[in-house]
Design a protein around this ligand. Structure first.
Ligand SMILES: NC(=O)c1ccc[n+]([C@@H]2O[C@H](COP(=O)([O-])OP(=O)(O)OC[C@H]3O[C@@H](n4cnc5c(N)ncnc54)[C@H](O)[C@@H]3O)[C@@H](O)[C@H]2O)c1
Length: 429
């Protein structure tokens, strides 16, 4: 007989992985349900127990408001739960293939804790099929339970955007799915109880997985097109932003801007889809072409800067260059897969002396992740060139004069994000 799904009045949730995605979810469920927030990172558990969140997604007050939420790195505490939601990272390896090790390890954790009637829901971004082909067999093996008979599964992708205080977990419509119609109804009702924006119940787990991965793939390919246009117009001396502004007056022209594509999602997720496509014998072209263009933008920025310096008669060897911003996007401390490092790597091949300043980023993390020693306070009037790489509000507040003030009188100013007036900078994308 199929084990019944958990009773609505007896839901005990475990959130596995308390990062940008897992913590807000744990906090939201922890306001209404008994919830254990689990992470293998004991330092993370320690800070969360003190109601501190270094990702800056949740405030102390918000964490305190989740009165039914506890934190642990002890897997034994998961045994009392009957709903397990996995929110661990899904990165790529050095060959840009999916690195499923965190997901597999989290599935083992779930398998050891789940009992009859339990539900395992995955939120991590994956390729279509991963939940049922990779995670479920691990849970079956570890638990000795039979899928869709003893335990159930679901997939509900996350759509949050780090640093975005407007689009938050509760205000973004959530796609849900389940391994049987009953499981799908259960998963949908569970999320509907915390998501004020509502839910969309997909017809299967694979449809929900595919929907998530194409959201970011579509953005990546669209940005790649705009980046390619910027490469073309840059050679022609045409201002790309002016072109986009003019074209944007048409009702169906999509408002993408050129730039670096970094972060944990947009530059990574398409590889999950292309990996699966290749596995089934299809060689994706458009998606990988977009990836190549977007990955080339950092070195393009560096080469443009070098050209501008040479045109001005500035030597590049030992020139002092200030890079403002290291995070992968504005107004957030997230360093994962930042492509500002591509600008740095390319400039280093010209023997440029680089200082990086970012008030949002932890200096220790920058050193640990990228071996970059950050400058806490750049010296005024010191640099031969300044690159505004990330439009943090602190930098835009300085305005063109404030940013220029870091440079020597004839310094080159390059504005990657087009955050300053065009006529006050020497180059932009
Ligand atoms: N960050 C985003 O904006 C975002 C948005 C939508 C979807 N996603 C997806 O959500 C998933 C999680 O992303 P994130 O940004 O929250 O990652 P993150 O790196 O911020 O957090 C992941 C957490 O999981 C923990 N962890 C790793 N392995 C574990 C294990 N085996 N058991 C328990 N805990 C473990 C880590 O210690 C970390 O605290 C990824 O698949 C990502 O693609 C992220």
């Amino acid at each position: 007989m199929t084990a019944p799904l958990p009773d609505r009045n007896d839901i005990r949730i475990a959130i596995i992985g308390l990062g940008y995605v897992g913590l807000p979810l744990a906090a939201a469920f922890g306001r209404s349900y008994r919830t254990v927030g689990f992470d293998i990172d004991t330092a993370r558990i320690e800070e969360l127990r003190q109601h501190r969140d270094h990702t800056l997604e949740m405030t102390e007050e918000e964490l305190k408001a989740s009165s039914r939420l506890g934190f642990s790195s002890d897997p034994a505490e998961l045994a009392a739960c009957n709903v397990f939601i996995v929110t661990v990272p899904t990165p790529i390896d050095e060959y840009k293939r999916p690195d499923l090790r965190p997901l597999e390890s989290a599935s083992r954790t779930v398998g050891r804790a789940i009992s009859r009637g339990g539900v395992a829901i995955f939120e991590s971004t994956v390729y279509p099929g991963a939940t049922e082909e990779v995670c479920v067999p691990i849970i079956e093996r570890e638990s000795g339970l039979v899928f869709n008979q003893d335990f159930h599964a679901g997939y509900s992708p996350e759509r949050i955007n780090p640093g975005d205080k407007e689009h938050r977990l509760e205000t973004i419509l959530k796609v849900t799915s389940g391994s049987t119609p009953e499981a799908a109804d259960f998963v949908d009702a569970l999320y509907a109880s915390i998501i004020t924006a509502g839910t969309h119940k997909a017809s299967s787990i694979r449809v929900a997985e595919a929907a998530k991965v194409i959201e970011n793939t579509q953005r990546d390919v669209n940005i790649a097109l705009i980046n390619e246009l910027a490469l073309i117009f840059g050679r022609m001396g045409i201002d790309t932003h002016e072109v986009l502004e003019a074209a944007g007056t048409k009702w169906n022209f999509l408002p993408f801007r050129p730039g670096l594509v970094g972060g944990h999602c947009i530059g990574v997720d398409p590889y999950y889809l292309t990996h699966k496509a290749q596995q089934i014998g299809y060689h994706p072209e458009v998606i990988l072409a977009g990836r190549r263009i977007n990955d080339s933008m950092g070195s393009h920025v560096a080469q443009r800067l070098v050209k501008l310096m040479q045109q001005r008669g500035l030597r590049t060897a030992n020139a002092k260059v200030l890079i403002l911003g290291l995070a992968f996007k504005e107004n957030c401390p997230d360093l994962r897969n930042t492509r500002v490092t591509d600008i740095i790597d390319e400039l280093r091949t010209y023997n440029v002396d680089i200082d990086v300043h970012d008030p949002w980023v932890s200096a220790a993390q920058a050193r640990h992740e990228y071996d970059i020693a950050m400058v806490a306070e750049p010296q005024a009037g010191h640099y031969d060139a300044v690159i505004l790489a990330v439009a943090h509000r602190e930098f835009t507040a300085l305005g063109a004069d404030g940013v220029r003030a870091f440079g020597k009188p004839d310094a080159v100013l390059f504005d990657v994000k087009r955050a300053l007036p065009r006529d006050r900078v020497d180059g932009c994308l």
